[in-house]
Ligand binder design. Structure first.
Ligand code: HEC
Ligand code: HEC
Length: 363
């Protein structure tokens, strides 16, 4: 993995008043100064109540910075090859660009496309099948999964305990240098809960910010979107966080039953979690198996003819819309307004710690 962007830890001595920062997003929260490289979680005005209880894992700048260091550090994988960021990279809203399904240690190929990581505090159930219901616990899954990081929690903790820099970071974050599994998971969550996108042009228009407006085709796209897509991809998160079968033919190789693999209910067959569409311009390939390379292909799927009928097909898609080429273009232009450059290029979320630059020879 290569070193990306400026190292905010080194720039972190500068302190900024957060008021200017947050006011620019139309939000007011803190009065105390925060370090320039800390991204505190915020609840944007008008958004629903988050599912994640942040008060049980209160963020601190040091906890966030530790979580970020861990997220970008391949020390958490058995062979020091793979970090969380290997599959969740910032420029693509924290998904695995160009990979149909994810690749882990020794190039092992996973079963599913890595989802974007955005606005996770609102997600009540994670993964394409909703099989994990807690953000903190979720991280155990990639850490131990044979085709992801293929390691053990104890193995990772032993390495971190042997690294003086990490012991110091744990002490800064939690008051003493004990490196425990719970602290590791809490620190990771303090970082991932701050992967928030709410500053796309769509958001600016919705907040009536000066100069922010939709073009005529974008407005047409929004109207089509609200009519045909928003029942599942509901604003402002662009997902209801529910599950649905959107008419993909089952992949003959992956044979992924989706939600039914968790609930064992035939009624849930081929239902998958409805993904957010924020930053969709950059998060391809698309769907749980990454079958579509472009958004054009996705829109052709949703246009009459692409959708495969089956017993569990969502009722809304039983009479699929017949979008004209101009309507598909309008939808596409609307989807592009969900791109949030501020989030995709935020240097505070994009960081390669020292330990990743020079991995120690490990067990
Ligand atoms: C080898 C690639 C890979 C690595 C490494 C990886 N992930 Fe993932 N991640 C995935 C895939 C694939 C999924 C979807 C799994 C599924 O649906 O079964 C996922 C899902 C997630 C989710 C749930 C997102 C959602 O909306 O459902 C979170 C959170 C997450 N990963 C965080 C992490 C963290 C933290 C790490 C490092 C400890 C990590 N991932 C390492 C590939 C990876
Ligand atoms: C009945 C609910 C439903 C409706 C209506 C719906 N979708 Fe989806 N959408 C889903 C589900 C579920 C998935 C994930 C399916 C999978 O991977 O198996 C999805 C996936 C997508 C993806 C891929 C996202 C990613 O990160 O891979 C895009 C893009 C998308 N939908 C756009 C649209 C558009 C545009 C419309 C309207 C024309 C629409 N959807 C209507 C449920 C729906």
């Amino acid at each position: 993995m290569s070193r990306r962007g400026p190292n905010p830890a080194q720039a972190g001595r500068r302190w900024r008043r957060p008021a200017a920062l947050l006011l620019s997003a139309g939000l007011l929260a803190f009065t105390a100064a925060v370090p320039a490289d800390f991204v505190p979680f915020v609840r944007p005005a008008g958004w629903p109540k988050p599912a994640y209880e942040l008060r049980r894992n209160p963020q601190t700048p040091a906890g966030f910075a530790l979580g970020r260091a861990l997220f970008y550090d391949p020390i958490l994988s058995r062979d020091y090859s793979t970090s969380c960021a290997s599959c969740h990279s910032p420029a693509t809203a924290f998904t695995h660009a160009d990979h149909r399904t994810s690749h882990g240690v020794e190039g092992r190929i996973g079963r599913r496309n890595a989802p974007t990581l955005q606005n996770l505090a609102w997600t009540p159930a994670f993964h394409w099948d909703g099989g994990v219901n807690n953000l903190e616990v979720q991280a155990v899954n990639p850490l131990t999964h044979p085709s992801e990081m293929d390691f053990t929690l104890d193995g990772a903790l032993a390495r971190l305990r042997a690294a003086p820099a990490y012991r110091a970071r744990f002490a800064q974050a939690f008051g003493d240098s004990a490196v425990t599994g719970q602290r590791l998971l809490k620190a990771l969550a303090q970082f991932t809960v701050s992967l928030q996108s709410y500053n796309s042009r769509y958001d600016q228009v919705m907040r009536h910010e000066p100069g922010a407006a939709f073009s005529e085709p974008e407005l047409q796209g929004l109207a089509l979107f609200r009519q045909h897509c928003a029942s599942c991809h509901q604003e402002p998160l662009f997902t209801t966080n529910g599950f649905a079968n959107n008419g993909l033919a089952p992949d003959p190789y992956l044979r992924d039953p989706g939600r039914a693999g968790i609930t064992l209910q035939p009624a849930d067959s081929f239902q998958f979690r409805i993904p957010t569409l924020r930053n969709i311009e950059f998060s391809g390939p698309y769907m749980h198996d990454g079958r579509f390379r472009t958004l054009g292909q996705v829109l052709r799927h949703y246009t009459a003819g692409g959708i495969r009928a089956s017993a569990t097909l969502a009722p809304q898609l039983r009479q699929p819309p017949a979008f004209t080429a101009a309507e598909q273009r309008a939808l596409l232009l609307f989807l592009f307004t969900l791109t949030d450059k501020q989030f995709l290029q935020d240097p505070r979320l994009n960081y390669v710690p020292e330990a990743a630059a020079a991995p120690a020879a490990g067990p």
